[in-house]
Design a protein around this ligand. Structure first.
Ligand code: NAD
Length: 347
């Protein structure tokens, strides 16, 4: 075992650090990009549309997250968005919120690795997981799974929306966090609801499977329909919305569908007024992740006046877009919407 530890440290040396958009003012850079062509101009327009969402006093901003964004160094970007009232609700994959954010809140780190000349079998023997050029200590991920299980064991046995369970994770971190730069923790403090429609498809699922396995007769459950109903309530209350999507997947569709959801419950709400998506997905596959925002307008989900697709890997485009909006300072005139409070009150 000690030999194993030494070998593990051979790989887990240098940690991933999260980019600080407050330190880098991208305003003039992005303005100059808007005078160029191709991806530069598209990225600049996306930044301007996000800034418009923040300037529009009636607009609530919903951030959608998919991909391995926080293990790649984008966590602090979202922490700063929450702290500075630049986002009002979040819809995400479970991996980002649990395996990556809550995991770091517990004091663990992601490590700089490599995709070149690496023996994945040796990594397997050492219990090191690889995400492209990033390494993770699997033993630490197991602590994350087990923490979720212990939390579930201690909660009243009933169904919860993922949003309610993630609020409990925020409460847990408010007492036990070893790293306070956490989206789950800061969203809990600011009343920004976080929805993870496919919650079980992550470290949370492993922890909750263990919880249900140990307690087959009396256990908690995640009600993803309740998540949808809660997000519909947010949309109905908000009226006007802008969506900032990083990646695609379930969070993208769940958030776009909320317009149809409001209609079906008899509380019609306007289409999303602003929409930005940063993605590497290719439209030719006909899938939801890659579908353009113009296409979404045919389904009655997104207006086409202020929409922009950005075909870029997220770590390149997102810091530019958010730094631009942060340094334009429109967020200074925004107040926290605290939609979590609204949802908790309505129970
Ligand atoms: N990502 C992980 O490391 C991981 C780990 C455990 C579980 N999961 C689970 O797997 C499921 C799928 O999640 P996923 O993370 O693979 O996302 P996903 O497959 O849902 O991604 C959806 C879309 O986002 C785009 N995208 C992803 N990363 C991007 C980036 N960096 N830049 C631009 N576009 C990007 C992809 O092209 C894809 O079209 C989720 O339920 C998640 O919880 C993921």
């Amino acid at each position: 075992m000690p030999k194993l530890k030494i070998k593990k440290s051979k790989y887990l040396k240098e940690t991933i650090s999260h980019i600080d958009i407050k330190k880098h003012n991208a305003v003039s850079f992005v303005e100059d990009m808007s005078k160029m062509a191709f991806s530069a101009r598209e990225t600049a327009r996306a930044a301007q549309i996000y800034d418009m969402m923040l300037k529009d006093k009636k607009c609530s901003v919903i951030l959608c997250l998919a991909g391995s964004l926080f293990s790649a160094g984008l966590k602090k970007v979202v922490v700063d968005m929450i702290k500075n009232n630049m986002v009002d609700a979040i819809v995400s994959t479970g991996a980002i919120i649990v395996d990556q954010d809550f995991f770091e809140g517990l004091g663990f780190k992601h490590y700089k690795g490599t995709q070149y000349n690496i023996d994945d079998n040796e990594l397997r023997e050492l219990a090191i997981d690889r995400i492209y050029d990033t390494f993770i200590d699997e033993e630490q991920l197991k602590v994350c799974d087990e923490t979720i299980c212990k939390m579930a064991d201690s909660m009243p046995k009933k169904p919860y929306s993922s949003r309610e369970f993630i609020r409990e994770m925020g409460k847990y971190l408010s007492k036990h966090a070893k790293n306070k730069d956490s989206v789950v923790l800061q969203a809990y403090k600011k009343g920004v609801p976080i929805f993870v429609p496919a919650f079980s498809d992550s470290s949370a699922g492993l922890g909750l499977a263990l919880h249900q396995w140990k307690n087959p007769k009396s256990h908690i459950a995640i009600d993803s329909v309740k998540d949808f109903v809660e997000l519909i309530k947010v949309k109905v209350k908000a009226g006007e919305t802008g969506i900032f999507m990083i990646g695609g997947g379930v969070p993208k569709n769940f958030t776009q569908d909320v317009v149809i959801g409001a209609e079906i419950v008899g509380k019609p709400a306007p289409m999303h007024k602003y929409a930005v998506q940063v993605t590497v997905a290719d439209v030719r596959d006909g899938a939801l992740s890659s579908s353009t925002l113009k296409e979404a307008s045919s389904w009655g989900k997104v207006e086409t006046t202020y929409e922009q697709m950005v075909y870029s890997e997220a770590t390149m485009a997102v810091p530019l877009i958010v730094s631009y909006a942060y340094h334009k300072k429109a967020w200074k005139n925004r107040k926290p919407k605290n939609y979590a409070k609204l949802l908790d009150k309505e129970k």
